[in-house]
Design a protein around this ligand. Structure first.
Ligand code: ZN
Length: 189
């Protein structure tokens, strides 16, 4: 017989298990934990493993990978329905195995779907420009986060200069959006 397969499939990102809604209405939307080596705050999308709703507790076992320093470390914890997080002292591989062997409970599926529906209802629709990758100027006039800001983009053969940053990607008529947050505005419309 082959041994128990311990490696995590790359699709088992912890953020894909979220949000989870407990029976008391509390919703766990995010999970974050600082890197044990460099302190960078890692999010659920930086963790691969498994999360399971067990009665009033969300149990999670994952391997976190720090994008900043590439350290990998195990995360094993239980979150209760008041969102208190407790570390699990069981060895990580045993905890993962335990969670894997539990059958998917119908309540778990319902809790996930209900939470998604609630969030969709709460969100107000916003109009966003379609992402288009325009030709960019060679010169960079600054940076925003880790993104370089091109001095201008080329639209229909015309140079359109950088105007401002809109973190939520909202633009006015006649303006262009690049990389989801850089707004370019024609000088002579
Ligand atoms: Zn790190």
């Amino acid at each position: 017989m082959a041994g128990v397969q311990m490696s995590m499939r790359p699709t088992n990102r912890i953020d894909h298990f979220l949000p989870i809604r407990f029976k008391n209405g509390a919703v766990v939307k995010q999970f974050s934990k600082p890197c044990i080596k460099c302190g960078q705050l890692l999010q659920a999308r930086h963790m691969h493993g498994i999360a399971r709703l067990l009665e009033d507790h969300l149990a999670m076992a994952a391997t976190a990978h720090c994008p900043a320093c590439h350290t990998q470390f195990g995360v094993a914890c239980v979150i209760d329905n008041e969102k208190r997080v407790r570390r699990v002292v069981l060895p990580l591989f045993l905890f993962k195995l335990y969670l894997r062997t539990l059958a998917m409970h119908p309540d778990e599926v319902a809790a996930h779907e209900q939470a998604l529906a609630d969030i969709a209802k709460a969100q107000t629709p916003v109009i966003k420009a379609e992402p288009v990758d325009y030709p960019r100027a060679g010169s960079i006039i600054g940076r925003y986060g880790d993104k370089p800001i091109p001095a201008y983009i080329v639209v229909d053969g015309r140079e359109v200069p950088f105007d401002r940053i809109e973190a939520d990607g909202q633009v006015n008529v006649g303006e262009y959006l690049l990389d989801g947050c850089f707004v370019y505005k024609p000088a002579h419309p």
